[in-house]
Design a binder for this molecule. Structure first.
Ligand SMILES: Cc1cc2nc3c(=O)[nH]c(=O)nc-3n(C[C@H](O)[C@H](O)[C@H](O)COP(=O)(O)OP(=O)(O)OC[C@H]3O[C@@H](n4cnc5c(N)ncnc54)[C@H](O)[C@@H]3O)c2cc1C
Ligand code: FES
Length: 258
């Protein structure tokens, strides 16, 4: 894990409230793996100086560039949206257990909103292409799908208001695909409800489901226990508390006690 001062070198606005930031952060870009995150010290946060965690959206060893895709949701991310190119930020990372890169079936990636961030990094590193299932409340939450298509991934979209793709939850197209090809391996990032639904499907179909959990974090390095999640140990089935920041954020479906 590196504690580094990174320079913001590009800001790319996406749909309303979403942006992609590019940082010059070679020490992190060199070792980053899909599913890991960075803990960012956002400058000039008078009231709340805690770092904010963001998945690594992409990392390029050759150029030293590190990418983060984020949504403005509150005080810290509003402040992040006011930063200009050239700003220097303290960034800790990469942190956490990454997604495994050895799918035993077709990789099915499931996400929505900023949950698509680690899935893009994963899509660029997996040894085979598969399907991205992406869901959201409305069309504005469906991000970067053209990039997945250009990379050779199939994309299936569902929105709750029907403004893009099928109307309904992302599990609608996922269920149809699992009937057609159940020999899949699932990788998901998004809200707990979606992760729980994806995890249940992995268990029902007897396949692996890798879930990236989104918990409120404080230290981000395993010291404060702000991010604990009840999990089940593989062999004996005993329940214990895991720290999502360092024991996760990626867990296999069968480990999670919802
Ligand atoms: C491992 C990990 C990876 C993440 N990756 C990304 C990412 O790639 N892009 C991105 O935009 N966000 C990501 N998040 C969520 C991001 O950290 C929060 O949205 C951010 O910290 C909110 O800061 P804020 O000060 O703007 O919001 P606050 O003012 O602290 O809170 C505003 C609202 O957001 C909610 N909120 C705060 N933290 C979280 C959280 N961790 N998860 C869900 N809701 C939260 C609060 O409950 C509140 O409703 C990730 C979180 C984790 C734990
Ligand atoms: S955020 Fe402190 S232990 Fe995970």
């Amino acid at each position: 894990m590196q504690d580094t001062v990174a320079t913001l070198i590009d800001i790319r606005p996406l749909a309303q409230g979403y942006n992609v930031l590019t940082f010059d952060a070679p020490a992190i870009a060199e070792v980053a793996q899909p599913g890991q995150f960075v803990h960012v010290q956002i400058p000039s946060l008078e009231a709340s100086r805690l770092r904010r965690p963001f998945s690594i959206y992409d990392a390029d060893k050759a150029t030293g560039k590190l990418y983060v895709l984020y949504k403005v949701v509150g005080y810290g991310t509003q402040r992040l949206a006011t930063l200009t190119v050239g700003t220097k930020l303290n960034i800790l990372g990469p942190i956490g257990k990454p997604f495994p890169l050895t799918p035993s079936g077709t990789p099915y990636l499931v996400g929505g909103g900023y949950g698509v961030a680690p899935l893009w990094f994963l899509a660029t590193r997996l040894p085979r292409k598969g399907i991205l299932f992406v869901g959201g409340r409305t069309a504005a939450d469906i991000l970067e799908t053209e990039r997945f298509k250009e990379l050779g991934w199939e994309v299936r979209i569902a929105t709750q208001d029907g403004s893009l793709g099928e109307q309904g939850l992302v599990t609608l197209p996922l269920d149809a695909a699992l009937v057609a090809d159940p020999q899949a391996e699932l990788y998901a990032c998004g809200p707990d409800g979606m992760l729980h639904a994806v995890g249940d499907r992995a268990i029902q179909h007897g396949i692996k489901g890798w879930l990236s959990l989104d918990k409120h974090m404080v230290c981000g390095v395993g010291a404060c226990l702000a991010c604990v999640q009840k999990i089940r140990k593989d062999a004996v089935g005993d329940e214990m508390l895991a720290r999502v920041c360092v024991d996760g954020p990626v867990f296999e479906s069968r480990e999670i006690v919802w």
